[in-house]
Design a binder for this molecule. Structure first.
Ligand SMILES: *[C@@H]1O[C@H](CO)[C@@H](O)[C@H](O)[C@H]1NC(C)=O
Ligand SMILES: *[C@@H]1O[C@H](CO)[C@@H](O)[C@H](O)[C@H]1NC(C)=O
Ligand SMILES: *[C@@H]1O[C@H](CO)[C@@H](O)[C@H](O)[C@H]1NC(C)=O
Ligand SMILES: *[C@@H]1O[C@H](CO)[C@@H](O)[C@H](O)[C@H]1NC(C)=O
Ligand SMILES: *[C@@H]1O[C@H](CO)[C@@H](O)[C@H](O)[C@H]1NC(C)=O
Ligand SMILES: *[C@@H]1O[C@H](CO)[C@@H](O)[C@H](O)[C@H]1NC(C)=O
Length: 493
C-alpha cells in the first residue's frame, strides 16, 4: 500500500480532502535480505577461522541483499527452460528468452525509467556458443535527433566494469544495475535506451544443454562478443523502439570490452559483424583494465585462472596458485563471491595463495597480450577518459602509453585521450559527465569530430581539487515496503 500525503483534489467546483493513511513506520532493517552461513565443509575447504568466516558472511550477505528477487540463483528468469526450445540455438545473437517489461518493484531504478531483460546467445573467446543475459533501461521520453530518430530511442551500448565472477555478479539482477547514477540511470534520464550485457557467466549459470557457463573475466574478446551479440539480439526484439545507430561505452573491465568492440568491428575480416558495423557512431572508453595480472596477481590470478583452461586447455589452476589458493577459488565458486569477498578471502594468508612460479609459464604473458586492448586497428571515432590518480599513477601511464603506441602504429582515425586531473577510477565518469554526454549527442547529430588525428586534452576541476568529495559514501538501500515510506524523498507521492 502506498501512503498518500495531503492531496487536494478539485473536481467540478467542489473539493475533497484526502487525509493521509500512513502505515506504522518501522526502523530500516540493518539486517541484510540474506542470512548465509558457511557449512562446516566450506570452513574446512577454505581453512577459515571464526573471525574470517564471520567477516566474509557479512560481505556476502550484503552483496546478496543487493540482488532483486534474490538474484540469479532464485529468480527463474535466469533459468533456461530446456523443454521449451524446439531446437538448440545455432548462431550468436539469437534470442532465447524475453521479459519485455520487468516488474521493477524490487529494483531501485529511477522513477519513470523502465526495465526489460533478455537472454541471448553469444560466444566465448574461442567461438563456442553459450547463453548470456542483458537488460535494457528505457527512458520516459526518447531523445530525438531529427527525422531519422523516427520516434525511436537512441541506443547506448554499455559494458560494465568488474561486478563479480559468477552468476550472482550480474548487473541486471542488481537493484541499481550496479552502476546506478554513474552511467545507466544518467543515460536513460537523458533520453537514451541503455543496452547492457551482463557478460556470459554473470546471470545465466546453466546453458541449454545443462553445462556450466563460466565468466571469462576481463577477456577483451569474450566480453566484446557478449556486448555486440546483445545488441544484435536487442535489435531483433525491440526493432520498433530502438535506433540502429549506437554509441559504444565501457568502463574498467568494460573499458577493455568496449575497446575490444571497436577492434572487433575494425577487423571483421570474416564479416561476422556486418550488421553491427554500419550504424556504429563511436566508442567511449573510461579507465580500461590493462595488465591486471601484473598489478595484483593474488586476486586477478584466481579470477582469471578459474576459467583459463577454456583458452589454454593445458592450463591448471595450480600453475598459478598454491593449494590454499586453489581451494579458496573453489570456495569462491561455491558461494559466488564478488570482489570484496574475494579480496578478503585471498589476501588472508596471502603468502600461501600465489604460486611463486606463476609468471614463469607462458600463460600469463599470453593472456595479457591477448586481453590488453590497444595496439591494433580500431573503429573510429574513439575517446578515452582516464583519471591521473587511478589507484596510483600507473594505470594512467599505461593508458596513455597504449594510446600513444596505438596512434603511432595503428592509427585508424579520430582518437582523443582526455586526462582527468586528480581523478580516480570510478569518478572518471562522474567528473567528465558533461563532456561524454555531449560527445554522444554530437555523434547522433552527425557532427564531424574535430580532427581525424590522435589528440590529447586535459580536464581540470572547477574548484581546487581538495574541495571535492572523493568517492560517494552511501549505497542505494531498497526501501520499497509500505512502512518504510518516510525514508523516501517522494515516499508518499
Ligand atoms: C529478499 O530475498 C528473498 C529470498 O532471498 C527474495 O525472495 C525476495 O524477493 C528479496 N526481496 C527483494 C525486495 O528483492
Ligand atoms: C511489451 O509488449 C507490449 C505488448 O505487446 C507492447 O505494447 C510494449 O510496447 C512492449 N514493450 C517493449 C519495451 O517492447
Ligand atoms: C537439454 O536438452 C538436451 C537435448 O537437446 C539434452 O542433451 C540435455 O541433457 C538437456 N539438459 C538438461 C539440463 O535437461
Ligand atoms: C583459444 O584462443 C586463444 C587465443 O586466440 C588461442 O591461443 C587458443 O589456442 C584457443 N584455444 C582453443 C582451445 O581453441
Ligand atoms: C592463516 O592466517 C591465520 C591468521 O594469521 C592463521 O591463524 C592461520 O594458521 C593461517 N592459515 C594458513 C593455512 O596458513
Ligand atoms: C614474477 O613475479 C615476481 C613477483 O610476483 C617477480 O619478483 C619476478 O621477477 C617475476 N618473474 C618473472 C620471470 O617475470
Amino acid at each position: 500500500m502506498k501512503a498518500t500525503c495531503l492531496v487536494l483534489l478539485f473536481a467540478a467546483g467542489t473539493f475533497a480532502l484526502t487525509l493521509p493513511t500512513f502505515p506504522k513506520p518501522v526502523t530500516q532493517s540493518t539486517a541484510w535480505n540474506s542470512s548465509f552461513k558457511f557449512s562446516q565443509e566450506q570452513i574446512e575447504l577454505g581453512q577459515l577461522w571464526p573471525d574470517l568466516a564471520d567477516n566474509l558472511e557479512t560481505i556476502l550477505n550484503f552483496d546478496r541483499s543487493q540482488l532483486a528477487n534474490g538474484g540469479p540463483s532464485q529468480d527463474s528468469f535466469y533459468k533456461l527452460d530446456n523443454g521449451t526450445s524446439l531446437a538448440p540455438p545455432h548462431c550468436p545473437g539469437q534470442v532465447l528468452k524475453v521479459q519485455n517489461i520487468t516488474n521493477p518493484a524490487a529494483w531501485n531504478i529511477p522513477a519513470k525509467t523502465a526495465l526489460s531483460r533478455f537472454i541471448y546467445t553469444t560466444t566465448n573467446a574461442n567461438g563456442t556458443l553459450i547463453p548470456a543475459s542483458a537488460y535494457v533501461l528505457w527512458p520516459w521520453t526518447a531523445k530525438q535527433f531529427g527525422a531519422k530518430s523516427n520516434g525511436k530511442a537512441p541506443v547506448v551500448l554499455w559494458s560494465h566494469g568488474t561486478s563479480g565472477f559468477f552468476a550472482d555478479g550480474s548487473p541486471s539482477a542488481h537493484r541499481a544495475l550496479f552502476y546506478g547514477n554513474i552511467m545507466p540511470f544518467t543515460l536513460a534520464q537523458a533520453g537514451y535506451a541503455v543496452i547492457a550485457t551482463d557478460y556470459a557467466g554473470l546471470g545465466v549459470q546453466t546453458s541449454w544443454d545443462g553445462s556450466y557457463v563460466p565468466h571469462q573475466y576481463i577477456n577483451r574478446l569474450a566480453n566484446a562478443f557478449d556486448s555486440l551479440y546483445a545488441l544484435r539480439a536487442a535489435r531483433s526484439i525491440f526493432s520498433d523502439k530502438i535506433t540502429d545507430e549506437y554509441v559504444n561505452v565501457g568502463h574498467s573491465q568494460g573499458g577493455t570490452a568496449a575497446w575490444g568492440v571497436s577492434e572487433v568491428l575494425a577487423e571483421n575480416s570474416d564479416k561476422k559483424f556486418q550488421d553491427l558495423e554500419c550504424n556504429y557512431l563511436g566508442t567511449i572508453i573510461f579507465a580500461p583494465g590493462m595488465d591486471t595480472l601484473d598489478s595484483a596477481p593474488q586476486v586477478f590470478g584466481p579470477w582469471i585462472g578459474k576459467d583459463l583452461h577454456l583458452m589454454y586447455p593445458d592450463f591448471k589452476l595450480s600453475d598459478w596458485l598454491l593449494p590454499l589458493g586453489v581451494d579458496r577459488t573453489e570456495l569462491l565458486t561455491q558461494i559466488q563471491g564478488g570482489q570484496y569477498v574475494s579480496e578478503l578471502l585471498l589476501l588472508a594468508n596471502v603468502t600461501k595463495i600465489l604460486n611463486p612460479a606463476w609468471n614463469e609459464s607462458w600463460y600469463a604473458t599470453a593472456f595479457t597480450e591477448f586481453t590488453n586492448p590497444g595496439n591494433r586497428p580500431y573503429k573510429a571515432p574513439m575517446i578515452m577518459f582516464q583519471g591521473t590518480e587511478d589507484q596510483g599513477t600507473e594505470p594512467y601511464m599505461r593508458a596513455l602509453s597504449t594510446f600513444e603506441s596505438t596512434c603511432e602504429n595503428y592509427h585508424s582515425g579520430a582518437f582523443e585521450f582526455v586526462a582527468l586531473t586528480g581523478v580516480a577510477h570510478f569518478p572518471s565518469m562522474d567528473s567528465s559527465r558533461q563532456q561524454w554526454l555531449q560527445w554522444i549527442e554530437d555523434r547522433f547529430n552527425k557532427k564531424p569530430v574535430g580532427s581525424n588525428q590522435c589528440t590529447k586534452s586535459t580536464l581540470n576541476s572547477f574548484l581546487p581539487a581538495e574541495s571535492y568529495q572523493e568517492l560517494s559514501t552511501s549505497f542505494p538501500q531498497w526501501a520499497g515496503a509500505a512502512n518504510e515510506f518516510f525514508e523516501l524523498v517522494a515516499g508518499g507521492f
